[in-house]
Design a protein around this ligand. Structure first.
Ligand code: IPE
Ligand code: IPE
Ligand code: MG
Length: 240
């Protein structure tokens, strides 16, 4: 395993943006009202990354399990994603953000997938913050899809099964272009990972906070990222 400087800030932060529904309920509003409020928080967090030394930001927008919600909520979220991409594309481009999506696109509608492709292409030359949006993403689903692709390569005689190791599999994951997350933040008080970056988070530090996602702010983000520098990451070794 790669040895890292143990006292530096997190280069890759991943966020499980949870609590939109409860935030809306507290205000007597429909759940989608919370999702809209949540989407508005993203811009501020992305913008604060360069100053905090966060090079990679990965956000969980929709899980492979979120299809279990009502048709109204799912349709509202899909329309929110389309609007968000359309509205934010130029600003993200100007701010030198490189956007990529992870997750299975098969179940997403063509119009949304076209917007995702366009945004990836538009920002492909940017080298500031690397923003990765997990949409119809599930860690188990990702590993299963990666395994399927790898199995096809083996079957075609292009990969020798005896050479397969962790690095080989990582190469087939949706996140092949990303370093592993150093820090995973989950808002809303739930202390679980809900199928997010299962493989990649093997040595991530976790931060579970009570704040509901629409109340998350640049200040809270900065406090967590700054506090990260005090942690000692051992990667299984005994440090002197
Ligand atoms: C997170 O907020 C956003 C998505 C999962 C799309 P929730 O919608 O899960 O909000 P709570 O957990 O019900 O409050
Ligand atoms: C995880 O939140 C998914 C996203 C934030 C997109 P959920 O609200 O769907 O997770 P559970 O159901 O509480 O585990
Ligand atoms: Mg939730």
């Amino acid at each position: 395993m790669k040895k890292q400087n143990i006292k530096t800030g997190p280069a890759h932060v991943a966020i499980i943006m949870d609590g939109n529904g409860r935030w809306a309920r507290q205000r007597g509003k429909p759940r989608l009202f919370g999702h809209h409020a949540g989407a508005r928080r993203v811009r501020e967090i992305v913008r604060s990354c360069p100053d905090l030394g966060v090079k990679y930001l990965t956000i969980f927008a929709f899980s492979t399990e979120n299809w279990r919600r009502t048709q109204t909520e799912v349709a509202g979220l899909m329309s929110l994603f389309r609007r968000y991409i359309t509205r934010e594309a130029q600003a993200l481009f100007r701010e030198n953000v490189r956007v990529r999506f992870i997750g299975d696109r098969i179940k997403l509608d063509d119009k949304l997938v076209a917007l995702m492709d366009e945004l990836e292409l538009l920002t492909a030359g940017n080298d500031g913050t690397h923003l990765t949006i997990a949409l119809n993403y599930g860690g188990r689903d990702e590993v299963a899809r990666a395994t399927k692709r790898l199995a096809r390569e083996v079957k075609a005689g292009r990969v020798d099964p005896e050479t397969v190791d962790g690095e080989t599999l990582a190469h087939y994951l949706d996140t092949y272009f990303l370093p592993d997350p150093d820090l995973v933040i989950r808002t809303s008080g739930e202390a679980r990972i809900s199928n997010f970056l299962l493989w990649q988070s093997a040595y991530a530090e976790y931060e579970f906070i009570d704040t509901l996602w629409p109340d998350f702010s640049e200040e809270i983000f900065a406090r967590i990222v700054t506090g990260f520098g005090r942690r000692e990451r051992r990667y299984g070794a005994v440090l002197a």
